[in-house]
Design a protein. Sequence first.
Length: 301
Amino acid sequence: MLNSSATLRPNPLGKLNFSFGSQLDQKLSPQTFTEWRQYIYDLSGIYFQDNKKYLLESRLQKRIKHLKIDTFEQYLQYLKTNIKREEEKKQLFEAITINETYFFRNQPQLDALVASIVPELFANKNGNLNKLRIWSAASSSGEEAYSIAMMLNELVLPKYPNLKVEIIGTDINYAVIETAQQGIFKEYSIRNTPPIYLKKYFTKVDNTYVIDQKIKNMVSFKILNLYDDGAMHMIGKSDVIYCANVLIYFDLESKIKVVNNLYNNLNPEGYLFIGYSETLHGISKAFRLVSFPKTIGYKKG
Ligand SMILES: C[S@@+](CC[C@H](N)C(=O)[O-])C[C@H]1O[C@@H](n2cnc3c(N)ncnc32)[C@H](O)[C@@H]1O
């Protein structure tokens, strides 16, 4: 006998199913979890440990409900075969990534840039540095990239008005890139922002904080998958790369691949910064460790 709430309807795979509306509360079987884990890993380098099965389950359920698909297996099939699979991959990345970030999250790394690295890059070029390129890789909604822009505008550009600054922010999640491009932020994002910056570079509109247009113009954002070798070859070289709080989602092999690509995307004498809780120990020996007040950076060459 059918449950009284069940209906007969076509699913996106074109077959008729008995559906139980939004009552999907099935669990990922061990085998389906393994298949999903491999699929996501092959696409993005993100590796769901065994203890993250529940997290993956709940994230996938949202998409399954939205698409009115009945099982995790069918959703995987959809992603592999459906004509709309490329569009759905974007939604998948939005569903499974963790995008926690906020302005001035790692102040010592920003201080290192303005107080030590920029002067060093000028010295390397005998004072004739024309262009500075900074990349916030895995930027999420852009708070890090905009923090860099504010610091440079405040503390570097007044001294070097002819310096051309290019800041790019990239992420695999299209939705956070859209937020970054809009430049409108919630209270949560500005909670660590020094009052002087908050006052000067944001306009409060209702419950949101709109970033100053000049700062917005200093930064551009685009979708980029750090695990995609082709895309990583296209991004171009930077003087400083901030790639914080994303390596933790990768396994050793994907960390090695991504860090190697980051290294290749740095100019000679360029610097890489990663998150507080992350290390390149066991991942790369190509960088030189450099100490700055309250933080460390990884230098190319
Ligand atoms: C926790 S946030 C870190 C944001 C920012 N870097 C910070 O430290 O505040 C991690 C970001 O990494 C992104 N991410 C995960 N895997 C990625 C990949 N393969 N390529 C690019 N971005 C990725 C996620 O979408 C997420 O926005």
